[in-house]
Ligand binder design. Structure first.
Ligand code: RTP
Ligand code: MG
Length: 143
């Protein structure tokens, strides 16, 4: 399987719950490695631009308010099949539907406040990584 990079965000609810380390452990145990990481308070413009694909959806305003409600951890994970692997570790968008043992099943309260984001395709991973990180902020592959 190809080595990929994917964008992961630990959302404000999970940061507020103080479970950053527990979430990172899930990634580490699955063989994903951090190649970039920062903690930031997103502006409204940043959150709107990041989720631009959902601009016309009824939940867009709530999504932007939530994503700007507190600091988030934005990071790039690398590993074999990283995009699908991260989505698997995250679980379904609605934590009520998320498989037992996934991040959303264990740490999320609702579909609106669901602990983590993960890129959903190679195309979105490339866009989302570039949205938050410049090339010189991405570390070389660590072996
Ligand atoms: P994310 O982009 O945050 O990783 O989540 P996702 O791929 O699992 O879900 P997506 O369809 O991309 O939706 C982005 C975020 O919008 C909120 N949402 N609310 N009320 C609703 O029906 C609804 N649908 C989506 C969720 O917080 C979701 O994470
Ligand atoms: Mg999505």
């Amino acid at each position: 399987m190809a080595v990929e990079r994917t964008l992961s965000i630990i959302k404000p609810d999970a940061v507020a719950k103080n479970v950053i380390g527990q979430i990172e452990s899930r990634f580490e145990n699955a063989g994903l490695r951090l190649v970039a990481m920062k903690m930031v308070q997103l502006s409204q413009e940043q959150a709107e631009g990041f989720y631009a694909e959902h601009r016309e959806r009824p939940f867009f305003g709530d999504l932007v308010s939530f994503m700007t409600s507190g600091p988030v951890v934005v990071q790039v994970l690398e590993g074999e099949g990283a995009i699908a692997k991260n989505r698997e570790l995250m679980g379904a968008t609605n934590p009520k539907d998320a498989a037992a043992g996934t991040i959303r099943a264990d740490f999320a309260e609702s579909i609106d406040e669901n602990a983590v984001h993960g890129s959903d395709s190679e195309t979105s991973a490339a866009r989302e990584i570039g949205y938050f990180f410049s090339a010189d902020e991405l570390c070389a592959r660590i072996r």
